[in-house]
Design a protein around this ligand. Sequence first.
Ligand code: TGC
Ligand code: FAD
Length: 388
Amino acid sequence: MNSTTDYFKIDDLLTDEHKLIRQSVRDFVDTEIKPVIDDAAQNHTDIPDLMKKLGAIGALGPYIPAEYGGAGLDQMSYGLIMQELERGDSAVRSAASVQSSLVMYPIYTYGSEEQKHKFLPKLASGEFIGSFGLTEPNHGSNPGGMETRLTKNGDHYLLNGAKMWITNSPICDIAVVWAKDEEGKVRGVIVERNMDGFSTPETHNKWSLRASKTGELVFENVKIEEHNILPDVKSLKGPLSCLNSARYGISWGVIGAAIDCYDSALKYSLERTQFGKPIASFQLQQKKLAEFITEITKAQLLCWRLGTLKNENKATPEQISMAKRNNVKMAIDIARESRQIIGAMGIVGDFPMMRHAANLESVITYEGTHDVHLLITGADVTGINAFI
Ligand code: TGC
Ligand code: FAD
């Protein structure tokens, strides 16, 4: 019997450091997340001190240089960390990927030295929680249509508008917000919790990502000083480049969710007897398990190659779109099918499949929907942009 989830010996392609990092995050998830995640998801509550715990294990901004509080790791390490966190729950990976790719990355890439030193170490330790505001009530898949405005007002600026569906908005200390200036250029603004006119109402009654907070970011004449504007970007490319990093992390992360479902279904099917035999002995159930491990393996190989390209700074946004789209669909299919393998047991919280499946309904929508990523590939291979 070969119950490994490293079917093609991808571990041989990783360094000892990669494997050590993965193991330490796996241990963290087993001791700190697995015992509490079902309660947090069922009750729609936070995992206590999650951000500080993630900071302590180096999961916030792992590829940000040590000078700014990060761990200075490579992109493969970042991917492996995301994989292990999402084995626990997509909410945990979301917390780490928003903070790392959507808050620390833009400050590191487009921020001034002062901004980097002021915010990055606190974000890396989890002392500060960040959120990322791109999506608006009227502009989801087409962020270029954003209505949030940054207008000059004497020696400062005023920020007006609203962002919606924002991970961690209700608990954020700072938000990296994207708004158009008077020339119609997209600018990145660091909004701080205590600024007048800034509010963050929570979105309630989610059936997905219940262990994560989601909400709005509302700006009513928020006074923004020049030193809170990211100086080095004036284009939609700013937020989209952050998405490249987050989508890359999601491509890895969802493999973790799929592995958790596969492991649980395989174990259960070997133990559960019907008609006098383990259900794992029935060909229909074997087909499902065999397809799960095949799809997980293909997703792992895609990510390993993408990780090497990212390390060489050669990964294209289109390659990242393909990996995000393929791997999220792979994971949501495995979550749904593996729930069926365990029958009625699959609907209670003792098993993770239904929680992962519900979470992945968000993951297949956020960071670019499944269909948007297909159109990005379509435009790349035909040379014809279907969005226009
Ligand atoms: P388009 O005209 O194609 O592009 C505008 C400019 O941006 C450049 N560009 C990119 N640059 C870097 N990375 C990318 N991925 C880029 N894609 C495009 C492009 O070259 C162009 O540059 P220039 O110099 O010519 O001006 O833009 P469009 O308005 O037609 O829209 C297309 C696009 C790509 C924006 C759209 O297809 C898309 O990706 N929509 C999805 C929106 C999205 O993903 N939102 C995510 C919000 S954040 C989130 O969901 C967080 S969830 C977090 C969690 O909890 O884990
Ligand atoms: P829409 O853009 O309205 O799309 C609706 C449907 O139309 C989709 O099926 C889409 O594929 C389809 N569609 C749209 N355009 C086309 C087209 N041209 N051709 C074919 N089909 C099309 N955003 C942030 O900025 N920051 C966050 O932290 C954040 N966190 C999130 C957390 C959660 C839990 C969720 C659910 C969302 C989050 N989002 C966040 C928002 C997310 O990025 C958007 O939901 C996503 O980009 C899609 O936008 P929309 O929901 O407005 O759908």
